[in-house]
Design a protein around this ligand. Sequence first.
Ligand SMILES: Nc1ncnc2c1ncn2[C@@H]1O[C@H](COP(=O)(O)OP(=O)(O)O)[C@@H](O)[C@H]1O
Ligand SMILES: [Mg+2]
Length: 252
Amino acid sequence: MPSTSWHPLHASAKCFQVNSKQMPDTPTPSTLDSEQLGDTRAREISGLATYLQGLAEKEKAEIARMLHDELGGLLTAAKMDLSWLQPRIQAPELQERLAQLGGVLDEAMDLKRRLVDDLRPSLLDHFGLPTALRTFVDAACAKAGLTVAIEVADEAQTLSRETAIAVFRIVQEGLTNIIRHGAAAHVRLTMTAEPGGFALYLSDDGCGFEPTATRQTFGLMGMRQRVSAFGGSLAIESAAGSGTTLHIEVPS
Ligand SMILES: Nc1ncnc2c1ncn2[C@@H]1O[C@H](COP(=O)(O)OP(=O)(O)O)[C@@H](O)[C@H]1O
Ligand SMILES: [Mg+2]
């Protein structure tokens, strides 16, 4: 299971000490040293990536809170002042300006709402993972003109907060990829309860790609990192012309 409280800088410092102690006259075979060093480095980098993803989520949540509470409060106050002014001003050209100002404030409130929701899916906070996934995937597919079938087990509600956010972000990235690269017509999301956890499939019938030929890209790398942080597994089945399926095992 993931250890979210683990601090990679601490591990990094520890590893440095171990290596510097071994460096001088240690007679161990150099190949073993470099293999061990490689493994340690890989674990450190993976731990650091997990830590940074967690940090980014916390910062997003904080920015979302500020936008919602503070900017939201200011915009509401401005709207109230405007409503107070409108019946008190008679000149038609000023009335027109005030109406325009009202429109601008509405747009600003709308933008704030969208930003807050991108930063911190409020559905996830208020209704849990199953509802958040269903609603998000349904709305995103409708907007992109994709036909969608969704089946998410209610038991997914019981996943930890960190795992729920990770699963939500993975589906978000997977769906963004389908919309951006897939040229698909149909999407299917299933998350079923299995012994010991959940099996999640996100598939499309689009152009597909060659997963092994893909250069290292941050979307797929981020997915793998999140999956390894919650102790699950990720398989990508795709081939040019035959759609793509992400298969994720999520331990409960
Ligand atoms: N569902 C999909 N359908 C077609 N191609 C995909 C799909 N998902 C990923 N890809 C391919 O894999 C590449 C890497 O994806 P990703 O790591 O998310 O990077 P990015 O979306 O920034 O290009 C994409 O550029 C695209 O070529
Ligand atoms: Mg992407």
